[in-house]
Ligand binder design. Structure first.
Ligand SMILES: CC(=O)N[C@@H](CCC[C@H](N)C(=O)O)C(=O)O
Length: 376
């Protein structure tokens, strides 16, 4: 398969972004592609809206896993692409269209160039939420086709094409979603003294939450509390009876996550008392940190620097989350950043990754997986 064909696949996938566990068209598109390939060494099974694809080795001693996430985000696209999202309000704004295309490119490489070990591709739903990695790895199919090592990549808009970056040990943060519902007493805009205004309570709560990172987390550790969405009220001249905050918590240590949640609960209790309202906290889904296997990551970085012309950088930890963390918690492996050189970052409506990075990643992973298959 040539570069042009892969770019066409990326563009087709870019047109049909779907959110977690709704990836029906995406799954069908990938299945149609896989069905067109020679089937003698390929076995494909579906799991929810995801897919397992096993390329059987010629004399397998182990199975090497490669995971690609497949979901999009609820963002209205603002790129100038002529292959924009056909799903209004949804976009591949985190690069999963590239992730899937790269996995297909690597898979095709091993169909055309057999190696001794088997390679298992996991097209995983719901990375952005509520989390598909953990249940996919615990599924019966993954028990039967258990990978011995597992790898994955994530696009990095900040890095140039031809650069990859990773580090042994902690790469991505612990995460927890955060939803807070406030219920007070609504009423006429001109009679605030007869109400408990949840817009005012929500504004004050958002500000107070920011003090947790500044005052309750060890400055040598790192944490983030982001409220990405506030809703409340009904119209401009009615005092709001309800408000809802939606956000996410990120911490580098597990201990800080517990501490941050303790403080959120205390501050929310204070809001209930201070604003005579009721509050409900829901932590939604939580992701385990991505902790790269130290020996495998070091070996990968050395191998790619010595055997390709690409740049390999050692990076710092990031406060991004990834449910791939559950996979590397159970199976030795690692994740790395792939440079795609976009002026707009991840989760931005104008993200435009350079498609030349697809070829880089297919080369890197085809070489690395072939090298791993030579080891006992
Ligand atoms: C790579 C990336 O951007 N991942 C997402 C994962 C989100 C998990 C969950 N919905 C949350 O917000 O906590 C990220 O936002 O880092």
């Amino acid at each position: 398969m040539g570069k042009e064909h892969l770019i066409q696949i990326r563009r087709d996938l870019h047109r049909i972004p779907e959110i977690g566990f709704q990836e029906f068209k995406t799954q069908q598109y990938l299945l149609d592609l896989l069905n067109k390939l020679p089937q003698d060494r390929l076995e494909v099974r579906t799991w929810k809206t995801g897919i397992f694809a096993l390329v059987k080795g010629t004399n397998p001693k182990k199975t090497i896993g490669y995971r690609a996430d497949i979901d999009g985000l609820p963002i209205t696209e603002e790129t100038d692409y002529d292959f924009q999202s056909e799903h209004p309000g949804f976009m591949h704004a985190c690069g999963h269209d590239l992730h899937m295309t790269i996995a297909i490119g690597i898979l095709m490489h091993f169909i055309e160039n057999p190696i001794s070990d088997s390679v298992l591709f996991l097209f995983q739903p719901a990375e952005e939420g509520p989390g598909g990695a953990e249940p996919m790895l615990n599924s019966e199919i993954a028990q039967e086709w258990r990978p011995d090592i597992i790898t994955a990549l994530h696009i990095s808009p900040e890095l140039p094409v031809g650069t990859i970056a990773t580090k042994p040990g902690l790469l991505f943060a612990n995460t927890s979603e955060l939803f807070i519902d406030l219920k007070g007493k609504g009423g006429h805009a001109a009679y605030p003294h007869t109400t408990n205004d949840m817009v005012v309570a929500a504004c004050s709560l958002v500000t107070q939450l920011q003090s947790i990172v500044a005052r309750n987390v060890d400055p040598l550790d790192s944490a983030v509390i982001t409220i990405g969405k506030i809703t409340g009220g009904t119209v401009q001249n009615i005092i709001a009876e309800n408000a809802r905050l939606e956000g996410t918590i990120r911490t580098l240590s597990v201990e800080s996550m517990d501490r941050v949640k303790e403080r959120i609960e205390a501050i929310v209790k204070g809001t209930e008392i201070g604003y005579s309202c009721q509050a409900k906290i829901d932590y939604g889904s939580m992701y385990h940190q991505v902790f790269n296997d130290e020996a495998l990551t070091t070996e990968f970085m050395d191998y790619i620097s010595k055997n390709t012309s690409y740049h390999v950088n050692e990076c710092s930890e990031a406060m991004t989350g990834e449910d791939f963390g559950y996979m590397v918690d159970q199976v030795s492996g690692f994740m790395f950043w792939l440079g795609v050189n976009s002026s707009y970052g991840l989760h931005h409506a104008k993200l435009q990754p350079d498609e030349a990075a697809i070829d880089v990643a297919v080369n890197v992973m085809s070489k690395y997986i072939s090298f791993k298959a030579t080891q006992s």
